[in-house]
Design a binder for this molecule. Sequence first.
Ligand code: URA
Length: 435
Amino acid sequence: MNIVDIIIKKRDGNKLTNEEIQFFVKGVTDGSLADYQISAFLMAVFFQKMDVEETACLTMEMAKSGGMVDFTDIAGFKADKHSTGGVADTTTLILAPLVASVGVPVVKMSGRGLGFSGGTLDKLESIPNFDISVSEEQAIAYAQKTNIVIMGQTADLAPADQKLYALRDVTGTVDSIPLIAASIMSKKIAAGADGIVLDVKCGSGAFMQTLEQAELLAGIMADMGRHVGRKVTAVISGMDQPLGMYIGNSLEVIEAIEVLKGNVQGDLLEVSLVLGAHMLLLAEHVSTVEEGKALLLGQIQNGEGLAKFKELLLQQGGDVNVIDDYSLLPASKCKKEILVEQSGYLNEMNTALIGRASLETGAGRAFKGQELDFGAGIILKKRLGDYLEIGDILAEIYAETEKMCASAGQYILDAITVDDTKGELPPLILKILSE
Ligand code: URA
């Protein structure tokens, strides 16, 4: 078998056999395929797609490319959550401590930024000394003690995904249903969670732009999870504007802490509570979503969620003083305010362009392995439906240079649509595919 033949076969729109997919995944894993061949294969899949059978085979081969994690030593139902990727989507940093604080263990393997979307690992690494490299044994010990671990994939967990993920990030091959489904579900199948809540983002700042695409992706992933005996709920949530107001690594950590302190209401809090409540429902810790949301909100109000976040930082070496002193987090040198240039109602945001603006500040990667500027990013000052006056501050940009700030600012101005009449606000939760 030859990789060039396989690339050409997919490039020309043909269905691959299981043996061909196995050959590809093996070559990715053992390093015998070059990055340019892997990238060409990814681009061929991006354009020609894969059917459900090919996607399932790719997923299982990627899951088997390393070892399977065994978390059975952690007592209780282990709940996990995974987002398909959005902008200002800091829900993991909020819901993981909240869910863990009510006694449901959260052992979360998170990822880095992908395309214009941010990644939990990058955000956590912006906290001085926070260690995301946790071994399986350590994770079990941590979870037994505190109920919470947020870590990177261990080197042995779905290594094929680790390679493909890093290449997709920088080759324009992220927004593909088979590639996203295989990436997420290979990790979830190889990792030890009993129940998974999938947050399938839909809208201008998501890899799935329409409800139809989002439902297709959600359905494929849920079927694969259930097929291997996991409980799965898929929540399709809106991404027609950034979920929170802060975009960038240390900036998103600040916003998550503010939510845990009870200082932030709105969409970010709501989606965190909905996803967290579904984790509790899968764990049979509550019997309705409303009960779950109320319980988690109570954990914000009584300070238990923030206390659990502090425990997480202490456990993994992070500086807990950042919770009360945000100046201990990295901050970029330059700051620029972007002012509104046209008055009217803010009716649309091209959220992918806002994510793109964040890459321009240095908060995301343009090439594989690029070091991030953890202090870079954007604070948005307006949301959809707001009335804008000329001269209002639309956003604050943080970056290393004035030039980067200016470039990011232009993306933000290009991303917004302002009208004389107020448009309808897009829905926040579009659909829930329950167990
Ligand atoms: N998260 C992943 O782990 N993989 C994707 O492809 C998208 C989001």
